[in-house]
Design a protein around this ligand. Structure first.
Ligand SMILES: [Zn+2]
Length: 434
């Protein structure tokens, strides 16, 4: 079997994952919740959910942690603008985030920790850094001593000697130091108690602490948008390594969505939200759109690219409605596997799927679409949850080698007008209308 390889920002090469079953522990930086998330924020979520599904299909034991940044400058600023409490806004926007990402139809990450629920671990982390001489308290805030970490810049290529202070701050020993804990400011309506007075954590330490809490001091994959490579991920790495942790081995950074010449980002205003895109184009078109670009590359986000995705969605749906006569394959399942094992090249996988569509090879196509949450193109109609319950019980019976019970459940499912088909992809079956 070909080993799974991913491009690692840290080593600047394709690195192999350990052989199955791993484990593969993944931490992917999530969204800051203060408004409906931008469509660009759907890319790391979709990539992480697809990668988890694929790795499970390949026999890996995978744990995906995707955090929710609910304590951040943006939350305070937006709440003040709206005249509401920052905690209230964070709660509301967390619910939007869950609802909008739910509607992608890819399931949920294994753990979705919130910064606000991790304060004790964050404080303990900062205390350990202070005890080790890597951080210092000043005027109720705590700063990371950047000069104490000689490897600073190894992830992003930033050079310590070229770095200059972004804004003068007399509380810092060195203008390049960054905040781990921020003393409460007069306009901030919420704060947490700490050994340094009331305040709240900085953004970077939140992720170091949440990763440690849920995955331990060392894990296999750390992901996020390319815009997080510096300073966010550089600072996470500096903090965690300074605590003596190996931290993440492979760093994956997805390219940004581009609207015209400008990088799309929430701070630009005039935002295109994930909610809008789901409402106007639907989840299948958005997923197909994400499938068509390599995760590392920037992708244009235009009406033309969405229109092209819609055409492709319809072409796949038609392949099941009215399949062309089967023709011998030039590209087989192993080619599809190779495309994904080689840096998770979904655009190459997509072109193989189109070749199967043209040749009427709908069995492979069905399995492949299922990996990317596009099984709805096969069934058209979603099976009722009662039928899904029967299918799940059948999968459990099969796993327990109780084949008599599995056969009985298959017949029960048939009696409801659905047929259960076994697949390579998670969850191991698909329901098709008879
Ligand atoms: Zn993060």
């Amino acid at each position: 079997m070909v080993p799974m390889r991913l491009y690692n920002t840290l080593t600047r090469q394709l690195d192999e994952l350990p052989p199955p079953p791993g484990p593969i522990r993944m931490y992917v930086c999530g969204s800051t919740v203060y408004q409906r998330i931008h469509v660009g924020n759907s890319r790391p979520f979709v990539l992480a959910m697809w990668l988890r599904r694929w790795l499970k299909t390949r026999g890996y034991d995978v744990t995906l942690v995707h955090n929710i940044t609910d304590v951040d400058d943006h939350v305070y600023e937006e709440a003040a603008k709206l005249g509401k409490g920052s905690r209230e806004l964070a709660e509301e926007a967390t619910a939007w985030f869950v609802q909008d990402t739910d509607d992608l139809g890819l399931g949920r990450p294994d753990v979705e920790p919130r910064a606000s629920e991790t304060i004790p671990q964050i404080i303990a982390f900062i205390e350990a850094l202070i005890a080790g001489g890597k951080a210092y308290e000043s005027e109720g805030s705590v700063y990371f001593r950047v000069a104490s970490y000689p490897d600073y810049g190894q992830l992003s290529g930033a050079r310590l000697e070229d770095m200059v202070a972004q804004e003068p701050n007399p509380a810092k020993e060195d203008g390049r130091d960054f905040a781990l804990w921020k003393a409460q400011k007069p306009h901030e309506d919420a704060a947490w108690e700490s050994p340094w007075g009331n305040g709240r954590p900085g953004w970077h330490i939140e992720c170091s602490a949440m990763a440690e809490k849920h995955l331990g001091p060392e894990f296999e994959i750390h992901g996020g948008g390319l815009d997080l490579r510096f300073p966010h991920h550089e600072n996470e790495l500096a903090q965690s390594r300074s605590r003596g942790y190996p931290f993440a081995r492979v760093w994956i950074h997805n390219g940004m969505l581009e609207l015209g010449e400008e990088k799309m980002s929430k701070s630009l205003g005039n935002v295109v939200t994930l909610r809008n895109v789901l409402d106007v184009w639907g989840r299948e078109v958005l997923l197909l759109y994400h499938l068509s670009g390599h995760w590392r590359k920037p992708v244009d986000f235009t009406d033309e690219s969405l229109e092209s995705a819609r055409t492709q969605v319809e072409s796949f749906r038609n392949a099941f409605r009215d399949p062309p006569p089967r023709t011998a394959a030039t590209l087989v399942w192993d080619d599809f596997v190779s495309a994904l094992e080689n840096d998770f090249n979904t655009s190459e996988a997509l072109s193989i799927m189109h070749s199967w569509r043209r040749l009427g090879l709908v069995d492979w196509l069905e399995d492949a679409l299922g990996i990317f949450g596009l099984e709805t193109l096969v069934t058209e109609e979603a099976a009722p949850s009662a039928v899904h319950d029967l299918a799940r019980r059948r999968a459990e019976a099969r796993a327990a080698k109780d084949y008599a019970q599995a056969d009985k459940l298959r017949d029960d499912i048939l009696a409801t007008g659905w047929e259960v088909r076994d697949t390579e992809a998670e969850p191991g079956y698909r329901l098709v209308r008879t």
